[in-house]
Design a protein around this ligand. Structure first.
Ligand SMILES: NC(=O)c1ccc[n+]([C@@H]2O[C@H](COP(=O)([O-])OP(=O)(O)OC[C@H]3O[C@@H](n4cnc5c(N)ncnc54)[C@H](OP(=O)(O)O)[C@@H]3O)[C@@H](O)[C@H]2O)c1
Length: 322
């Protein structure tokens, strides 16, 4: 097994968060239980789930099987869930959270994030089809984040959520949230890799005691359809700077990209259904990038956001990052 996962401390609660967790987006439900079980067996202690991913039940099964087999205890795991856009209004927050808790079959979760700052018209969970089905207009609704946050705070008070946080929020939205939050956000989860470093946002979040989780740490791996202006950007995993550093340390490019974030105390949540990749993605604690490596990787920043809310990816335009 790779050297043990290292942790950082979430300032608002003092809870420990692993610096490497396991992502569960795009894992077909029929494979999820086995994949999550194998991830825990490989040494992962954090699972990044979401209602959107449509596999919460199977994530729960995989986790509970690992616990039943004595691989891990519930208290040693850090389980994440996310509130989807259609459930931001005050009366829908608790019911959809309870659905997630039922799907997982846990008594509590460690972190619950507002997935996107996009309050969208309520949809019956039975008719839920994912983000916003292509060809349909995104219908936003008047659900202020302040009301949504109040409901999340009540769930923390009830002991059902240990930490609350946000994802895909910019500085302005977080700043506003900090003006009314009774319970401070523990985490900000954002797309982050050497092509999209957002150094000022990361620095500011840390200063405000908000831990950063990076998603898509391997860059443009999964995004087949990307914003028009990014179509010709070479795969980050194949960039010569990354492969050169990988060779120097006798590691693979994935490990270099993950180590780059972890070395800055940013949590990563790589997803892989393949056990060999799962293991190598976790194995980033027994080597260090030197100043020259970090500088070389820093020079790759081109502010390339691959997971943007643009027409050719999601079927609608919403310039939330502009
Ligand atoms: N908060 C948000 O809005 C948000 C958005 C996107 C993602 N996320 C979270 O972040 C997680 C990770 O992001 P992601 O899934 O988009 O991207 P990622 O983890 O950066 O990349 C995953 C892809 O890379 C492949 N891969 C994994 N490790 C590899 C390696 N060592 N070498 C070569 N290929 C490798 C995987 O294929 P195989 O499975 O075939 O190995 C998969 O296709 C998600 O699963 C999800 O939990 C959150």
């Amino acid at each position: 097994m790779p050297e043990q996962v290292k942790y950082d401390t979430l300032k608002p609660t003092g809870n420990k968060i692993p610096l490497v967790g396991f992502g569960t987006a795009r894992i077909p439900p029929e494979e999820t239980e086995e994949v999550v079980y194998n991830a825990i067996k490989s040494g992962y202690r954090m699972i990044d789930g979401a209602y959107l991913y449509g596999n919460e039940k199977e994530v729960g099964k995989g986790v509970r099987r690992a616990i039943a087999d004595g691989i891990v205890k519930r208290e040693d795991l850090f389980i994440v869930g996310k509130l989807w856009n259609n459930f931001h209004s005050a009366k829908h927050v608790a019911p959809i959270f309870e659905k997630t808790l039922d799907n997982y079959e846990f008594d509590y979760i460690d972190l619950y994030l507002v997935h996107w700052p996009v309050p969208s018209e309520y949809i019956d969970p039975k008719e839920f089809l994912g983000f916003c089905p292509k060809g349909q207009d995104l219908k936003w609704e008047r659900s202020p984040m302040q009301d949504c946050w109040r409901e999340l705070e009540k769930l923390v008070d009830a002991g059902k959520i240990k930490n609350i946080g946000i994802s895909n929020f910019n500085c302005q939205l977080i700043l506003d949230l900090l003006t009314y939050a009774r319970i401070h956000p523990s985490v900000l989860e954002i797309e982050l890799h050497p092509y999209l470093q957002q150094k000022r946002l990361v620095k500011w979040a840390k200063k405000e005691n908000i831990h950063v989780i990076a998603y898509a740490s391997l860059g443009n791996m999964v995004y087949d359809e990307v914003p028009e202006n990014l179509k010709n950007v070479p795969k980050l995993m194949e960039h010569e700077t990354v492969t050169k550093i990988a060779k120097k340390h006798n590691r693979n490019p994935g490990q270099i990209l993950l180590r780059w974030a972890v070395q800055q105390k940013i949590t990563v949540v790589p997803k892989s259904v393949k056990e060999s990749r799962m293991k190598s993605n976790l194995d980033v604690f027994c080597f260090e990038l030197d100043d020259e490596d970090m500088k070389d990787l820093e020079s790759l920043n081109i502010n390339a956001r691959f997971n943007d809310l643009v027409e050719n990816m999601y079927g609608f335009e919403l310039p939330i990052f502009e």
